[in-house]
Each structure stands twice: as structure tokens, then as C-alpha cells.
Design a protein around this ligand. Sequence first.
Ligand code: P6P
Length: 334
Amino acid sequence: MNSYKITTLNDFIILRQKDFPFAKGELSSLLSHIGTAAKIVNKKINKAGLVDILGRAGMVNVQGENQQKLDVFADKVFTDALRSSGECCGIATEENQNEIVFSDKLARKGNYVVCIDPLDGSSNIDYNVSVGSVFSIYRRITPRGEEVNNEDFLQDGTQQVAAGYIIYGSSTMLVYTTGNGVNGFTLDPSIGEFCLSHPCMMSPPDGRIYSINEGNYIYFPQGIKQYIKYCQEKDESTGRPYISRYIGSLVSDFHRNLLKGGVFLYPPVENMPEGKLRLVYECNPIAFIAEQAGGAASDGRRRILEIRPESLHQRSPLYVGSENMVNKVLKLLI
Ligand code: P6P
């Protein structure tokens, strides 16, 4: 019988704990709780077509978007898991206008806050298109023992201690970084464990995939229109014309481009002058992972990670992926 060396997410977190000489296992425990919540959400998503969990919950979230039942379910699962971890003293989530303060004694002692989009791409759920969860973890600014407040959640992306996403696709993967590279874990349903499947993920510096909703073409800044034309020109020395791939689910589009090389673009458009994606719980975690994998992430003028958030739900244009491709976009935007 050949030996099949499995490294589960929890094995790996503990193994890598030495990267945090001062950590006493708190961040490790928090990441492990996120992994557990992801398994629960995954189970529900996998059965979505079979139980009455599809479709709208009949509510509207802070974004004014119709909440899908799975959105509401995922939000509750991650909130409960983070609250019970004892390491997290509050969360900012896409589904709630303000931060959620965990005021019980244990949680108030937590060192960390989490910003999360519990189920991104949820409009795709009813059509069996892959969706994802995206999260950032920060050390709190307010003193331990006190209740968190807004400032704990409006830190710039360079302050993230960890970030990750779960992609509920043909297989379910959890990809995260704690600032020491990016590692991917695939859920093995037969043992109910996330197992290390993509160690040290690196984004190719170049790629041939560009991901953008070309339906908004007429609203794009001139530089983006030029970039799309650049992608479509024939130039075999640079592998053009490139390939257009767009799922309409940030985590799925980003994950594919991270592995194969490519660039994802969400520019300002007519009814969203700051773009559509949320800085705090979509752009920042994705940008942290992209940079840790050797890629780049910009709003067209600055590194995403250097933007000082002013509000929880503020939007930002996002150009993210292979470094040379992002740099080409930025050159045309100047
Ligand atoms: P559009 C999904 O609703 C989402 O928030 C992201 O996951 C995705 O990248 C984007 O919106 C797609 O937006 O306007 O192209 O449908």
C-alpha cells in the first residue's frame, strides 16, 4: 500500500505557526474556525438544488441587492463560527450595514477582527455557477477587553495579517495567505478535510486571459478600451490575441487567472463611478493574495493595499492578476 501523505488545513496551520513567533495559536485557531464554517456552507451549497435553499430570502441587504437564501445562511454560519472562536471580537460583513460587535466577555478578549463577504457571486447560485467566500483578518486597534469600533475595520490592506477565499466550484478549495506565500487546500469530502493540494501558489508574471464584463464597454475609461483592443490585436510574439474569460464571480475569475496567468478588470462604469467591488472585504483580501503570489493589484492609480478605507462598503476599481498584465493596464490608464 503506497503511503498517501495528507496534510490537512489544521496540520498545515499548526506546522506554519512557527512563522508567527509571537502568536500563541490565536490566528491558527481563527483560521481553523473559518475552515469549519466553509465546510458547513459547502455542504449546503452542494445540496442547493435539492432543498428549498435556492432563490431569494425575501430580504434586501445593505447593498440594496436581493439577498439569496444561501447568502443569509452563509453569513450566519461564518458569523457564528467567528463569534465562537474566542479569537475574533467583531466582524464586518457584506450583509450588514455596520460592523457586528461580539460583546460577550470571551470574544471581547479576541485579538482579531474579520472582514468578510460570506458568499460572493451569489446572483450565480440559482444557475449552478461557482461562487465564493472572501475574508481578511486584521489585528484589532482598540484595546483587548473593550468593544471594537469602526476604526478596527477601516485599516488599509497592508495591515492584513491573513486573507483568503473559499471557491465552491467543481471542487471546493480554500486558498489563504498569512503573508508568507499562498497555499491552496482542496476539500476531500470522503474525510471532510481540506487537504494541501496547491502548495506555494505563484501567479505567472504573464498570461493570455483577460476577464472583464465587456457589456459595460461604452462606459469604460479610454485606457481600458485601449487595453481591450490591445488584447484582441494579433501579435504572436506576445501570445495575442488573448483569451476572454469571464464567469461573473470574482473568486472564480480570480482563482483561474491566479493559476493560469491572467488579469481581472472591474473599471468604473456609468452607474458605479468607483467600480462595483468592495474595497474592505473583496478587493483587499484578493489583492493581498495576488501580491503574495507574485502578482499585482491596483485601482488604476494606487496599490489596492495602500488605500485607506473611509467606509465599510466603499467600492473600488480593481485591476488584479499577473504582474506584467496589470502593469500594461496601468500604463494605458495614465
Ligand atoms: P457584473 C458578483 O455579483 C460580483 O460581486 C463579483 O463576484 C463579480 O466579479 C462581479 O460582481 C460581476 O459583476 O457587473 O460583471 O455582473
